[in-house]
Design a protein around this ligand. Sequence first.
Ligand code: ATP
Ligand code: MG
Length: 704
Amino acid sequence: PALLLPAAAGLVLTPATRTHSSAAAPHARPTIRAVLDVDVSQQRVPVPAAFFEKSDGLLNGKAAYDEMYQRSVDDPSAFWGEVASQFHWEEPWSEVMSYNFAPSKGEVFTSWFKGGKTNVCFNALDRHVAAGHGDQVAFIHEPNEEGETVKSYTYAEVLDEVQRLANVLKEKGVRKGDRVSIFMPMVPQLPIAMLACARIGAVHSVVFGGFSAEALSGRLIDAQSTVVLTADGVMRGVKPINLYDIVQAATKICGEACMEVEALVVLKRLPDSDKTPTLVEGRDVWWSEAIASADPKCDVEWMDAEDPLFVLYTSGSTGKPKGVLHSTGGYMVYAATTSKYVFDLQDGDTFFCTADCGWITGHSYVTYGPMLNRATQVIFEGVPSYPDNGRLWRIVDEHQVTQIYTAPTAIRALMRSGEGPVKASSRKSLKLLGSVGEPINPEAWRWYFEVVGDSRCPIADTWWQTETGGIMIAPLPLEGWAQKPGSASLPFFGVQPVLITPEGKEIEGPGEGLLAIKAPWPSTIRGVVGDYDRYVTTYFPIEGEEYGYYLTGDGCRRDEDGYHWITGRVDDVINTSGHRIGTAEVESAVVLHPDVAEAAVVGFPHPIKGEGIYIYVTLNEGVEQSDELLQALRMQCRGEIGAFASPDVIHWAPALPKTRSGKIMRRILRKIASKDTDADSLGDTSTLADPSVVDTLIATSPLA
Ligand code: ATP
Ligand code: MG
């Protein structure tokens, strides 16, 4: 039944939310009661009419999506063949798609555009410059220090630097198929480095510039990359990060493991010349000197569609990082197409993705997707909290940003300081707001929608993974497509999500289960570096009667409108007294409380219930912990979810352990909750942003 309301029907929101959506009224957080009065899955927020004043919309309403979606799954080869023909192919493909997801039927593989030859860098740069768009700004460099003068890049300038750098790489001996690691700050030269690799067919492995020498060396060794692009260092907020020193330490660790790093190309970025490192002679070169003397012309290497474009290590919130491999042709087509439709990317837009290129989001929605669409982008070197929590919104105003794409963790952090820093800006240029990385809890969704977007901008809550290469489930900003706060809603073209039971049976209609994907989309993961078995056992462990599935590792609920609600990772489902509860659900309930900044929920062994519910709660600035508050949070879980969801333990946590990409590491929280905290049990904490948080939590445990 089509229950979705057309845009004209107005907002279906709680009374509390409706009052504070008026711009003049001071932002009162919705009372818990008001929020509890409605079932969130019944809330439908139409794409605001104001959006259509800024955009004609790329498709003619939800019905056009329905028709295209159907075509994309009925005949994927015809659908994607048509989409792919909009790119430059040096040689045409002979077969659009073939695959096997069922290990019992032979080798697991996915292939798109077999036999076709193309180059992603050519499509992202040369194609646009040749069409006369060389003068369009590609990268606006927004530095860490507000007001510092830095160079922005046009498409022609990017192409020039990419070609020179590609020649520098060649001089260093890099050939097609070699892996090059990139350990750089979020400055325009980072996507430039990636594109230079792509140009000559080198496989890049970007490692986020916040990682330690230990973590970096592991990735250098696993990828066997002997050439590294880096920088002397960078300021992130008030904190200097001496990247060169970290690389130096990492190369020593590599040396001990019998891998010699042969060349470093070092970008100078630190402001103080007295902090300039001394380079290793014969091995290292300064970026600026190397490109100044490099040949400005570098022909592209025509790549097979299935040649690898890059490897990227997953952030490791659930275990040892895996080197995820992506292809050339399929990845290009999918990153570009999702960018265009999900963000309504059009000529004249200025796109601002706050993710670092060290993560998949920065790959697909900075370096590749937007560039393939010839977007103008803001590349932000700093952090949203520096010099204060208003920074992002000032950037939006200064560069007239049309779409911002950020993470719930950032939104929640900014919410802590209230509306003031947001309202000090105009944000009139914004037409759409994106979210990625975690389920966005409905309260943060509302704040993003009402306070940041002034109820004018639709929210693209995008569910996807490093392994999927591009956005898989997300609402498109179309007339008639109702948004539900907290739900990523419906699949992108060609994506067939299914819910399955642990036994591998598909669940029809509304229900809850393991989220899996039937049949490949163009940017399906192509492998795990050096580990075919891990690739198969992690992602393709379940076979149905006729075919296998790509298993996402996330749990999901599908409601009566077919909308998808990610309940968290499968191993984050708590089984308490026979009730299965997703941790995300309990977290959403707890953070509704006005005093709570953030919450993380895990299960722990409970003698009677099997598993008990353990909640880590971080309070807002200035709020004191108290028994009343404890009681209120208990009541809130009961009221929002049910009596069975009443927490067994509430732990007042000064901070939560997060990966450098800002995700809560629940693996560690589970260990602390089960009082299993020796170093062996805690496992690899090298990907944590601040490992000291772990000790603080052990010390403050209410079970101690
Ligand atoms: P690792 O796989 O190493 O543990 P990771 O899964 O955190 O790390 P990513 O690939 O960056 O690394 O994140 C993908 C995961 O993030 C998804 O599987 C899902 O759990 C979560 N996620 C991302 N976006 C959303 C979203 N919009 N809604 C809900 N969950 C999301
Ligand atoms: Mg993952």
